[in-house]
Structure formats: structure tokens, C-alpha cells
Design a protein around this ligand. Structure first.
Ligand code: ADP
Ligand code: MG
Length: 236
């Protein structure tokens, strides 16, 4: 098998005396959509923030396209092609939709009109609202904008932290449809979700996290069918 896009090996993360991540290892290969599912507090965001360089207390190794990310500054990590859509979206509330997207392209200074067209093609609602101030968008539209902004950096790996959080079911479906579309067009995605059912439904493979550890792994279909996962996450 070819070299993985992302390889996480035996990573531990502490917040003071709290051992939040306990020796986790996983991989994402090119063209895959891999999901990390788990209950609130399992350590999903801590894992993503460690990969994207926002937390420096980690031990173990994280490599991206064959090179270590440990101790690399977050903006350098984005320049290497790894983009994260953070939990709670965090768009630039005072800027317009289009300005937010332009900010996402800060890693390159060539023509971005084709990138804008691509994002507006994926999210027609953003195109209709290109001059609207981002802070006045609905939650679902802000999620679309946060995803669009990340795509503007032309990522080789897109990491999404709970894109469904706080959205009405119809919007959750729309967001997942778009994630599945992105995957079909070749994007490599690491998707963190509490919504295990939806995430496993579109994932190539998944890992189940529980209190800082990975306790199960398999294809999306295998995990959906697994008795343990059903009991713990799918209310079965
Ligand atoms: N900044 C922090 N300081 C101390 N503990 C934290 C901090 N952020 C998260 N934690 C703790 O680390 C654990 C994992 O949290 P988190 O990664 O946010 O989980 P998830 O994203 O799966 O809900 C939880 O026990 C949480 O309380
Ligand atoms: Mg989280």
C-alpha cells in the first residue's frame, strides 16, 4: 500500500495532569474519507488540534505526506496542504462571505477565481450571499462558509470537526451530501463526528474513540453493523 497522507502513531496529549489522548494511532490514505467518532469528551477535537499544530504538548509522531508535523507552526502546516474546519465554525463575523473565502486563500497569491468558482459551485447558497456579512448567516450557512474557506487553501487533506453540530436534520443531510460529493471528486477527508450514523454512512473507514483511546476500527459498514458500536453510539 502507498504511503499514507496522514499517519498518527502512538500520540499522547496531556492538559496539565489530565491525560486526554492515550497512545492513539491511525492513518488516512489518499482519496479516503476516514471518520473518527466518539461521544462528547472522547478526545476528537484534541486529536485534530494536535495534528494541525494548535497544541504542542503531544508526544508520539504525526506525519503528513511523509514529513513530520511535530513542532511545526500551524500556518506552516496549512501551507503544506492540511486544512482544518474547527468545531463551532468560527468564520470572520465582520467580513463578507467573499472576503472570508479570500482569506482562506492566503497561502497562495496567484489567481483564485477558479477556486472561488469551485466553492460557489459546491455551495450555491454562498454565491447568492457573497456580499452578506458572515456573522448574519444561519448556522448551516456558516458551516458551508467555514468549509468553503478551508477549500480555498487547496488542501491535500481536509479535516472537519463536527460539521453537523447544532444543525437541523435537513441541514445535516445537506452538509453530509456535500462532504460525500467532495470525496467523490477526489478529496481526502478526516471527519470527526458525534453523529456516528451519518459519519459512518459516508466513510471509507472509521475509528471509534472512547476516553482518549481508539477502541474499534473497521469500514463504515462494519462499524455500523457492529454490536458494540450500535450499543455505544447508535442507540441500538
Ligand atoms: N483546554 C483544555 N483544558 C483542559 N482539559 C481539556 C481542554 N480541552 C479539552 N479538555 C479535556 O480533554 C478531553 C477531550 O476533549 P475534546 O478533545 O474536546 O473531546 P471531543 O472533541 O471528543 O468532545 C475532555 O475530557 C476535555 O474535558
Ligand atoms: Mg470536539
Amino acid at each position: 500500500m502507498s504511503e499514507p497522507v496522514l499517519k498518527v502513531e502512538n500520540v499522547n496529549v496531556y492538559y496539565g495532569s489530565i491525560h486526554a489522548i492515550k497512545g492513539i494511532s491511525f492513518e488516512v490514505h489518499e482519496g479516503e474519507i476516514v471518520t473518527l467518532i466518539g461521544a462528547n469528551g472522547a478526545g476528537k477535537s484534541t486529536t485534530l488540534n494536535t495534528i494541525s499544530g494548535l497544541l504542542h504538548r503531544a508526544t508520539g509522531s504525526v506525519s503528513f505526506l511523509g514529513e513530520s508535523l511535530m513542532k511545526v507552526q500551524p500556518h506552516k502546516i496549512v501551507e503544506r496542504g492540511l486544512a482544518q474546519v474547527p468545531e463551532g465554525r468560527r468564520v470572520f463575523a465582520q467580513m463578507t462571505v467573499q472576503e472570508n473565502l479570500e482569506m482562506g486563500a492566503y497561502t497562495h497569491n496567484d489567481d483564485i477565481s477558479a477556486d472561488l468558482e469551485k466553492v460557489y459551485g459546491l455551495f450555491p447558497r454562498l454565491k447568492e450571499r457573497m456580499r452578506q456579512i458572515a456573522g448574519t448567516l444561519s448556522g448551516g450557512e456558516q458551516q458551508m462558509l467555514a468549509m468553503g474557506r478551508a477549500l480555498m487553501s487547496r488542501p491535500k487533506l481536509l479535516m472537519l470537526d463536527e460539521p453537523s453540530m447544532g444543525l437541523a436534520p435537513i441541514l445535516v443531510e445537506q452538509i453530509f451530501d456535500i462532504i460525500a460529493d467532495l470525496h467523490r471528486t477526489g478529496a481526502t477527508i478526516l471527519l470527526v463526528e458525534q453523529n456516528a450514523q451519518m459519519a459512518l454512512g459516508i466513510a471509507s473507514r472509521g475509528y471509534v474513540m472512547e476516553t482518549g483511546k481508539i477502541v474499534a476500527t473497521g469500514t463504515g459498514q462494519e462499524l455500523l453493523a457492529s454490536e458494540e458500536v450500535r450499543k455505544a453510539y447508535l442507540g441500538g
